[in-house]
Every structure is written in C-alpha cells, then in structure tokens.
Design a protein around this ligand. Sequence first.
Ligand SMILES: [Zn+2]
Length: 302
Amino acid sequence: MARNRTRQNGNAAGWLLIIILIALIIGGYLWRQNGGSSPLPGDGAPPADETPADDGALDDDAPPTDDETPDDEPADEPEELTDIDGKVFSYLPVGDLLPSSGPGFVDETVYRENILFPTEDPVFLNSQVYRFGGGMGSVNGMEGSQCDARNYDYPWQDTFCEHRDRNQPLCPGGGHEGLDIRPHTCAKNVHWAVAVEDGRVIDIRRHWVTIQTPDGTIYNYLHLNMGELSVSEGQQVLRGDRIGKISNDFFKSDGTPVATTTHLHFEMYENYVESPGAEPLFTKVNPYMTLVAAYDRMLRGE
Ligand SMILES: [Zn+2]
C-alpha cells in the first residue's frame, strides 16, 4: 500500500509540473503581445489622434487637451484671437451688465450671419455711463476720464437694456436700445464706422444715420460726426462703405447739444420671436452676439 501511494504522489507531481509549464508558456505569449509591459489603469484611453477635435474656438469651457496633442498637429486648445495691438479678444456673456447699471436682456441670437463689423478698427463694447468718464461711474467706483485705458480693453460687456429713460419693449421698464461701442482709441473724429451690409440710407437726422437692407433689417448709427458724413440720404451703400467718423454728436429735438462720450451707439431692428411659434415683433433687438460673431470674423481676417 505504501509503494502505491508513493507512485500516485509521483504522478500528481508530474501533472502539476506540466500545468505550470503550460501556464508559463501562455503567460509569456500574452506578455509579448502586450508590448512587454503589464496592463496599467488608463491604458484604455484612446490615442491622442482619436480625441474628438475641439472646433468651438470660443468655447472656454472645453477641457485643455494640450498634453494629448502630438507636436505636429494643430493645437486643440481654445483658440485665442488677437487684435492688431496683440490684445486677446474676450467678452462677457450677453445680458451680463455692470452691477447696478440695468437688468440687461439675454438673447443669444446671431441675427445676421455674415455682416461686416460696423467699424474699421478694433473696438471696445462697454458702458459709456457706468464706467470711467461716465455720469454714473461712481456707482461702481469707476471715477475718472473717458480716456482711461481701462475703458479701452477687453473683455467686452453688454449694455443692452442698461438704465435709460427710453421705451423699449424688450427692456423691463424701458432701457438702452442698442450697444455702445468705444472706438479703437479715445481720439474723436478719427475712426470710421462702416456699412455692415449692402443697403440704402433711409434717414439722416440730428445725430443718427439709418440704413435698411433690401430684406428689411434696419441699422442705426448714432453719434458720428454729422457734419462730415460720407453718405447722404437716399444713397445706396455697399458692405464696408464708410459712413462717418465716430464722435460724440448728440442733440435734443430742439438742437440743444447733449454731452456724451466719444462712441458709436449701434442699433439693429429685427424680428424678435419670444418663443417658438410666437408672433414676431419687429423691434430693436440686442445685437451683442451678432457683433461678437462679426468681430470674430474680422479678427480672423475673413
Ligand atoms: Zn448708447
């Protein structure tokens, strides 16, 4: 009995050795298949060239993907657009006004997809009233001169529905019916405003010029140097034609001058639709996102 048990133990040891050898052979094969390294957490991530491209150039929320991008491929990081002075263009969200300056009005609509920006040079959209040099600058601790360099910098800020004593159906209690655009520099009667589309000059009076496109959109340009306009009433204009130089002309109906800063006040009449299916209201809409898109094209040289 003792001899039999010994032989059985010997057989079992032999089988175990064979199983171990087979396991080693399979293990070695798999190790080579895996490039000679053991699997680590994270190796399941796709290679960099399969990472979805970030084509939203202005999407600041996009996660940085720089470290996954091969050097010889275009960067996936959000693109920075710079103006002719090397300043990086940025803008605050639509409807985000300076504190205590008004309710604002959020409208993300780009009303016209291919208009030209209404100035020839880089500009700064921000409040003429609630910033340096404005009558209400002290509200936010911004006392000083309208030529303060901080007025001539990014980010842009929306001023549609800023507090004004004006009826405007989209502004609760009335408000600023357009956007204020500070010219490239504080210099008056230097920087040109231009036609954003082909159209006709349908009205010139006091301190504004009105241009209408063949399909009905209306643009108002205010506070140009009215004594030296480049257009006359009834004239056809082409996209890019000079209209006048940005100034501070501002007159009451009786001709009395009103003090204001050097800026272009820009208005746009379009069909505003409050909700899908609602009756359109042809009124002064917020052109903020329309101008952001046009400026983006301008900085890209398009
Ligand atoms: Zn204005």
